[in-house]
Design a protein around this ligand. Structure first.
Ligand code: F6R
Length: 277
């Protein structure tokens, strides 16, 4: 996976720029939403601090509830967040022994051992380094022969686990969360999705060529994500600034799926200064 240029995963002295904004963008537009809690927007100096802050919020969640159910993301955005969590675990500052996880998505057609599968990513970047129980880890099977059943079982398992306490999200340049791509309609439940040309192009950086990028993926639906009790959305770098601005300020639209987060009651967006608009 690709880390941002010039940034390692080292802790950088916790030098947060400390800009914390609470934003409500719809209060004046829609009376019925005026009671809704604001989105928390935390602007930090750089990628390392974004990662550190996110790891701290997750650690805090687990400290408050040992059996927390976490929704997890892959991609370059959370890579160093996982390294921070591994450090915290190794320093006995966070205990994953009771934690349950559900990953957001998986490429359709990639077996778990494929180096670009999200199964591979999660085991290598996180699970194998911490004291989480194997049976508490849930990942979608990209080579399931019965996708409908796979998706329905995933939804049922999330429900049986008590629902997601804290969902971590990255964001695509086109506003996708999970692999919920811009469309006329958004699917609420876990489902098979066609990836857009823009996503295929963006993710070709992991596959050498766009031809090798799977054309479909299985993803939690927008409803699955929105049912999480808390959501943390992470973004870094200039290329995410426009979509972060839209996520916070645009009218809610299926053309930018992340805008639905405006309707959630407990969203924290952590961005570095380049992704802040
Ligand atoms: C990954 C996922 C995607 C990514 C998004 C951003 O599990 O659900 O929504 O978060 O494509 O990817 P990066 O972080 O690579 O820019």
């Amino acid at each position: 996976m690709i880390a941002p240029s010039g940034a390692g995963c080292g802790r950088s002295g916790f030098d947060f720029s400390g800009i914390i904004r609470n934003r409500t963008n719809y209060g004046s537009r829609k009376g019925s939403l005026q009671e809704k809690k604001d989105m928390n927007i935390i602007v930090v100096k750089d990628y390392n601090e974004m990662s550190y802050q996110a790891a701290q919020l997750i650690a805090e969640q687990i400290t408050n509830k040992r059996k927390s159910v976490l929704g997890l993301a892959t991609g370059s955005t959370p890579e160093c967040m996982y390294k921070e969590l591994i450090n915290l675990n190794q320093e006995d500052k966070v205990d994953f022994s009771e934690v349950i996880t559900f990953n957001l998505d998986e490429y359709y057609g990639l077996p778990p051992e494929h180096p670009q599968s999200y199964y591979f990513f999660m085991w290598n970047n996180f699970f194998k380094h911490v004291n989480i129980k194997k049976e508490n880890i849930h990942l979608l099977n990209g080579i399931s022969e019965n996708i409908d059943k796979e998706c329905a079982q995933y939804e049922a398992l999330i429900k049986k686990s008590g629902g997601i306490d804290l969902q971590v999200l990255g964001i695509g340049n086109n506003g996708h969360i999970g692999f919920n791509e811009p469309d006329i309609n958004l699917n609420t439940k876990t489902h098979l999705v066609n990836l857009t040309a823009k996503t295929i192009r963006a993710n070709s950086r992991f596959f050498n060529t766009a031809q090798k990028v799977p054309k479909q993926a299985i993803t939690m639906g927008i409803g699955t994500i929105m049912r999480a009790r808390k959501i943390i959305l992470l973004a870094y770098g200039k290329r995410k600034a426009r979509v972060i601005e839209k996520t916070i300020n645009s009218p809610i639209t299926t053309k930018v799926p992340a805008t639905v987060l405006q309707l959630h009651n407990d969203v924290t967006i952590i961005v570095d200064q380049e992704a802040a608009f």
